[in-house]
Unconditional design. Structure first.
Length: 141
């Protein structure tokens, strides 16, 4: 949108492109990454039951009871909330890189590559920091 001057047109019509484009994208990333994490957790549990059932038949109820007998809410909450921070990082970096794109399609390619590399680095850094914070707030017994 920056290359095709659509953002300039939004500014000319008194619409804040950061509020209209960037904030909505960041908010979508923050909300959807935890939902994707929960969907992946559910799929992993279901496929674990399928794999176990193929080798040694077991009912889903028994699988869930045995699998979750020592699991607490704090085992799922911090990692899921971590993904909201990852969504924030991805949304902010992607929006920032998108808003400063110039140079046509070549510039878009450079911005996309830069956004992916930067967001990957920031997500890894945030993961290290958040794991340390989670271990302080939710100590392992």
């Amino acid at each position: 949108m920056k290359v095709t001057e659509q953002i300039d047109a939004m500014e000319a019509s008194a619409v804040d492109p950061y509020k209209y484009l960037a904030v909505t994208r960041v908010l979508a990333c923050v909300l959807m990454l935890p939902l994707l994490t929960m969907a992946a957790d559910f799929s992993g549990i279901l496929m674990g039951w399928v794999a176990n059932t193929l080798t040694e038949p077991i009912s889903l109820r028994l699988f869930m009871e045995n699998g979750f007998k020592d699991v607490t809410f704090s085992d799922f909450l911090p990692p899921t909330l971590k993904t909201a921070v990852f969504g924030l990082i991805i949304g902010v970096v992607g929006s920032f890189q998108g808003m400063r794109t110039k140079g046509g399609t070549e510039g878009v390619g450079r911005s996309v590559t830069s956004a992916v590399v930067l967001s990957s680095l920031f997500v890894i850094l945030a993961d290290v920091l958040l794991v340390r914070l989670i271990l302080v707030l939710f100590p392992v017994e």
